[in-house]
Design a protein around this ligand. Sequence first.
Ligand code: ZN
Length: 368
Amino acid sequence: MAIAIEGGFDGANPQDPGAIEQLGEASFLVHPFSEDGDGNYKFALNVRANNPADAAQPLHLEVDWADAEYMADRNFIHVGSGFRWAFQPAQVSGTRTIVDIVLPPGTSYIGLCPAYNLNDFLALSEMLVRFGYARQVAGQSEQGREIATFRLGNGPAPVLLTARFHPYETAASYCIAGLMRWLGQPFREQEALLKRYTFTILPMPNPDGVYLGLCKRTAIGGVDLPHEGADGKDATARALLALITSLRPAAWLDLHGWMHADEDGIDCHDQGLGERFRSAVCSPATRAVQGKPVPPDSAQQRSWASFAGNKWKLNLASGDPRPGSLHDYAFSQFGTAWLAVSYRWPGRTAQQMGALGGPTLQAFCAAL
Ligand SMILES: [Zn+2]
């Protein structure tokens, strides 16, 4: 029985069925979509593969990115669903990622990053309310989707947490989901934070971009939120700007993902804050969480799984406010101490990405 591959669902990339070509039996060529052609964010791929047989079957997949510059970062894929994803190294030839998969029976999703679609977030939302989070609607996106905030804590300092402004960066969604589950647990560390801070969390600030399977923006012709959001050019940007303005956050942790294979990223305007975060997140307590054994899917993954001595790339923003930057807007208006973290997928399972959430928040608060 024949394997079928499709796009066109919530979070899919490509959305256009014509962008998936069948080359032969169990052989497909996919053309991912980028809303603005920026190769540095062109990493969104999310297709659904259906194997109707009772047994695993081979699948040959080629993905043509139509971008030569960043092919070195497109040398793996993930196959799976939910929290179970298999990491698989892939060949790179020209502008194509080429991989032979043994596809299990039933439905699997295939992407560079494990998928995390809008529906996954809506399911999480219901659970968060049961954890004690107060859900509010900060506004609506251009396409009319709710932009929800979740509040927890009663401390004097307002802290903003955001994740996944850029839709392809699903690492941020897994991480913030784990962070919110961790913060909702009734233990001593969490209670100490909730007495010092009031957390306002936006786990899904770009619901249109995520639903449409985009790479970077809120829409075709839309906004790159962290870099252009302060211009208020669409409804999502205006909702975020209004939230920041009413919240006047003392601090802001902004979670991203990226495609660097062997290092994580820190962006901030304050070198001291960045260095304190880096040393706090690399503390022995944090490494113990990060260093849970990784399933030995491949030698490559084993070599990337060394969390002790994790590499961090620290990028300092200059003192000059960048036009459009939401981070710089918050700092210049309210003195907000902001820090953005970018996590890589290689060497981490979906569960481990979630397990980074609590330590990331603890390290950020310790660094303030
Ligand atoms: Zn990003």
